[in-house]
Design a protein around this ligand. Structure first.
Ligand SMILES: Nc1ncnc2c1ncn2[C@@H]1O[C@H](COP(=O)(O)OP(=O)(O)OP(=O)(O)O)[C@@H](O)[C@H]1O
Ligand SMILES: [Mg+2]
Length: 201
């Protein structure tokens, strides 16, 4: 099969061929060329590094198969993008799925992996499991603050896209989000929220 363009985002083109995704970070004309090269390189490298780490820990993420300067080959997850389908499930199923996402997120955080763009658009549901994708804005950090920002991002995404049951959904996410420090992180979330909308880079 020939590669097929399946997604064109602001930053990347996604091709699918034989169950393998190629994620290619494309130049952005409005950015200064040096900065553009630097950002595309560093985001590709981060994504490879974080996916490799998460894969190795058995966290639900797609396997990374190859990495080049601006492009990655990643296992294709032939499932449903959570942002597209969550609202169509019955409430019980919605709560179950989002709780699983909370659990996966806590596994990332316990291992000092910060996602950086945690939204339901970056989650694929496959075989009843939630897989987290798109780690290009992520980093390694042990900071409570960075973990709280991830919670803030998913909360905002739930409020924006899944508003009908947003309260129950975020509550259920937190039920899945368990760790030694989860109480501190949830407390810090209030501080992050009071500071106002968190600016994404
Ligand atoms: N491993 C994968 N399996 C299945 N679909 C994928 C996979 N990776 C990406 N996709 C599809 O491509 C879309 C875009 O991918 P991704 O979220 O990684 O890039 P992006 O949001 O454009 O990137 P970035 O935020 O890093 O600029 C996803 O929403 C999903 O539909
Ligand atoms: Mg994305």
């Amino acid at each position: 099969m020939k590669p097929k363009l399946i997604f064109q985002g602001a930053e990347a083109k996604i091709y699918l061929q034989d169950n393998i995704i190629t994620k290619e970070r494309i130049p952005k004309a409005y950015r200064h060329q040096d900065l553009d090269l630097k950002l595309r390189k560093s985001r590709t490298k981060r994504e490879a590094k974080l996916l490799t780490k998460a894969n190795g820990l058995g966290i639900n993420t797609p396997k990374i198969l190859n990495s080049e300067m601006f492009s990655l080959k990643i296992e294709y997850l032939n499932g449903e993008k959570l942002s597209d389908t969550l609202n169509s499930y019955d409430l019980k199923m919605q709560l179950e799925v989002i709780k699983k996402l909370g659990k996966e997120t806590s596994k990332l955080h316990i291992n000092e992996i910060i996602h950086g763009d945690l939204t339901t658009s970056n989650v694929i549901l496959l075989d009843n499991k939630t897989y987290i994708i798109d780690f290009g804005l992520g980093k390694i950090s042990h900071k409570i603050e960075d973990k709280a920002v991830d919670l803030h991002l998913i909360k905002e995404a739930i409020n924006a896209k899944h508003f009908k049951n947003s309260k129950e959904l975020f509550q259920s996410f937190l039920e899945g989000y368990e760790s030694n420090e989860s109480n501190d992180i949830i407390k810090r979330l209030e501080v992050v929220e009071k500071r106002g909308r968190y600016k994404r880079h």
